[in-house]
Structure formats: structure tokens, C-alpha cells
Unconditional design. Structure first.
Length: 69
């Protein structure tokens, strides 16, 4: 993946979480000599929403919910 000076990479594995299908991933990004990496997971929640959690190695983490506009 690339967007301007930002380049990123994903490594995805599919499995289950709490009995539901999910994707767990690790990620790495490079943004003008400012590398970062982490992990996360995502699954289909209620009402077709995509829910998950995003972790930055040695940093913050954040839960998220996505829905169609």
C-alpha cells in the first residue's frame, strides 16, 4: 500500500474471535523516516458494522467501528 510518502504493509491471518469470523493482522508503515508497527483485529459486528482494535507497538491503541455511508 502507498499513499504519498506513506508506505505500509499488512500481514493478515483469518480465524475466529468469540465464535465469529475475524481477521487478525500485523502492520508496518514508513512515513518520511518515521517507522511504526503494530497489530490489530477486525470482525463483522452487529448491523453489518466492521468492529476491531488497532494497536501501535510501544504506543497507543484504539477500538474502532466502521459502517457504510
Amino acid at each position: 500500500m502507498a499513499f504519498g510518502a506513506l508506505k505500509g504493509f499488512l500481514d493478515v491471518r483469518y480465524g475466529t474471535r468469540d465464535g465469529s469470523a475475524c481477521a487478525e493482522f500485523s502492520w508496518e508503515r514508513h512515513d518520511e523516516n518515521d517507522p511504526a508497527c503494530g497489530r490489530g483485529w477486525v470482525m463483522i459486528g452487529t448491523a453489518g458494522r466492521l468492529v476491531g482494535h488497532f494497536y501501535i507497538h510501544n504506543g497507543d491503541d484504539s477500538a474502532f467501528v466502521c459502517e457504510r455511508g
